[in-house]
Design a protein around this ligand. Structure first.
Ligand code: NI
Length: 181
């Protein structure tokens, strides 16, 4: 699913978002480490088979898209710690996947980059001060850039954006490994 087309669920106070941030980060790290092992074990034909999903991407393109998501959200997670708003641009996701020719990239390199980039984002999340994470921002673009959007007239938090990032990552991993929770 596109990050710009997620279902609206208000400010995200659903069961999915109730865990403490430390648990979210621990779960995120575990997901990344375990998935990296499983991704590397995929055979050549499995990596290049179209996975279920609106985009019709292969696992290679999905991992590429997740690297793009990591890169775009990296800037948001950093900037959001010293700006008062959460006003960020989206990115043309299909175009990013296309021009980077992820379908022809080396699989081991892609998975290693995906793993390392996400472990760094976990580190960034773990070191963001709680008051910064929880501070409500009236001005934001999460009605457009979030996976599960926040209405423009409701405040958003950096914590929400980080949790939403992990939710998006898991959504795409389920396209590759549909039998996982
Ligand atoms: Ni996506």
């Amino acid at each position: 699913m596109k990050e710009t087309a997620g279902a609206t669920d208000g400010v995200g106070r659903t069961v999915e978002y109730d865990a403490a941030m430390a648990e979210v980060v621990a779960d995120f790290r575990r997901t990344v480490e375990q998935s990296a092992v499983r991704l590397l074990a995929l055979g050549e034909s499995e990596r290049n088979r179209r996975a279920p999903g609106d985009e019709g991407w292969t696992p290679k393109q999905i991992v590429g898209h997740l690297i793009d998501s990591a890169a775009n959200n990296h800037r948001r997670f950093v900037l959001g710690q010293f700006t008062s708003d959460l006003v960020f641009d989206g990115y043309a996701q299909e175009d990013w996947v296309r021009v980077q020719a992820y379908d022809r990239a080396d699989w081991n390199t892609l998975v290693a980059l995906w793993r390392s980039y996400n472990l760094h984002l976990a580190h960034v999340m773990a070191h963001a001060p709680e008051e910064v994470l929880r501070g409500e921002r009236a001005e934001h673009t999460l009605d457009r850039i979030a996976f599960k959007t926040v209405p423009a007239d409701r405040p958003a938090t950096l914590e929400y954006l980080m949790r939403d990032y992990v939710g998006h990552l898991k959504h795409h991993l389920r396209q590759i490994f549909p039998h996982e929770s």
